[in-house]
Write a protein of this length. Structure first.
Length: 170
């Protein structure tokens, strides 16, 4: 469930988000988006996992949208049933190890990390740096990288290596 900016603004006006950083609030920052989605859904009658369908329907009255949001939520709750190994590849493991080594650094909009002179990373900066350590070059952000990638055979993957349901076709 992704809010449009006017809905996000209306929710945070009623339910202010406790800010930990000086950065502006955004529906594209997971912490802010999750907080506002919870506030909105609870305000629309969802409690304890009940009435989610009706609460989402209040946000978007299209049944297909509600079904899609609930199916995605279910995918994130259930473990993978792909068979085979659930371990990351050696390259993915190297990227994960690098990314985990950056825990504690601040989020910096446009940040590429200390090696590039920034105090921390943003999402695509960390992803690019982590994959680079594994010898996999990526472009700076997902919008530029995605045209060279195609969907994986299954969206049901779990684990810390789940970033995008995509695989490189180059």
């Amino acid at each position: 469930m992704q809010f449009l900016q006017p809905t996000f603004d209306a929710v945070i006006a009623k339910h202010p988000i406790p800010q930990q950083e000086a950065q502006a609030l955004s529906p594209y920052v997971p912490r802010d988006a999750i907080y506002t989605a919870v506030a909105y859904l609870c305000g629309s009658g969802a409690r304890g996992g009940r009435n989610l369908h009706q609460a989402i329907l209040i946000y978007n009255p299209a049944e297909w949208y509600v079904a899609k949001v609930l199916a995605l939520a279910q995918d994130y709750q259930n473990p993978s049933d792909l068979g085979g190994t659930t371990e990351p590849s050696p390259a993915a493991k190297e990227a994960i190890d690098y990314a985990e080594g950056q825990l504690g650094l601040p989020y910096v909009w446009g940040g590429n990390g200390p090696e590039d002179g920034d105090a921390g990373f943003d999402c695509s900066g960390l992803t690019k740096a982590a994959y680079a350590t594994a010898g996999i070059p990526l472009l700076r952000n997902c919008r530029r990288t995605v045209p060279d990638w195609s969907p994986c055979s299954s969206k049901k993957t779990t684990g810390p290596w789940r970033s995008c349901p995509l695989r490189n076709t180059r």
